[in-house]
Design a protein around this ligand. Structure first.
Ligand SMILES: [Fe+2]
Ligand SMILES: [Fe+2]
Length: 209
């Protein structure tokens, strides 16, 4: 019980940092070695809005992983979830930095996205590791698809944003594989559809607010 309370305190501290945007990346941003491209105002605005959507995704990813790490029963599963959560923290920091560079701002609704995803993560965790991992694997699959779509929509010249999105995409693909190798079940089709519908609403809102 004490161990659970300790973990909850650590996760709570992490949550506050996430919401405040205080996370420092452990890995340098993939954009660090890439020169800034020639972008007009419209490109910049579009890139900043897409990055805001990705940033919201990373807020949610961190909260999901934290919720699931809190409830994971198997210690091996828990440590894998924590490792992935640290990578999501990198994504979070990189996308926030890129939004700033582009002159945009993160979503005003981040505390709300965070709270909702944490609750979802804890809820999924309570169903047991196999279903919790199933939910995670499907989330990572949808996020990877979504980032692939953003690579198509970003201006070719925006090499710095593209570098960030491409690294995130390949990390998400690995996270999905990890969840599967840890024994994720396959989610029923209606659950996948519901998740996709929810993600569509979220991305439409985050592009603007
Ligand atoms: Fe991510
Ligand atoms: Fe991920």
């Amino acid at each position: 019980m004490n161990a659970l309370i300790d973990r909850a305190v650590v996760e709570f501290d992490r949550a506050l940092r996430s919401i405040a945007g205080l996370h420092r990346a452990q890995r340098p941003s993939p954009a660090a070695q890439v020169a800034e491209g020639e972008l007009d105002d419209e490109d910049r605005e579009h890139s900043a809005a897409l990055m805001r959507v990705d940033h919201v995704g990373e807020v949610c990813a961190q909260a999901l992983y934290q919720g699931q790490a809190l409830t994971a029963r198997d210690p091996g599963t828990r440590s894998s979830l924590e490792r992935a959560a640290r990578e999501e923290a990198d994504h979070f920091a990189w996308s926030a930095e890129r939004i700033r560079e582009l002159g945009g701002r993160p979503s005003l609704l981040n505390p709300l996205w965070y709270a909702g995803s944490l609750a979802l993560g804890i809820g999924a965790g309570l169903l047991g590791d196999r279903w919790s991992l199933a939910f995670l694997a499907e989330t990572e699959r949808q996020v990877e698809q979504h980032l692939r779509g953003h690579l198509e929509r970003l201006a070719q010249a925006d090499a710095r944003t593209r570098a960030v999105v491409e690294t995130m995409r390949s990390d998400e693909a690995r996270h999905r594989q990890t969840a599967i190798s840890l024994g994720a079940a396959e989610l029923p089709e209606p659950a996948k559809l519901a998740m996709r519908a929810m993600a569509r609403v979220m991305t439409a809102i985050a592009y603007r607010i």
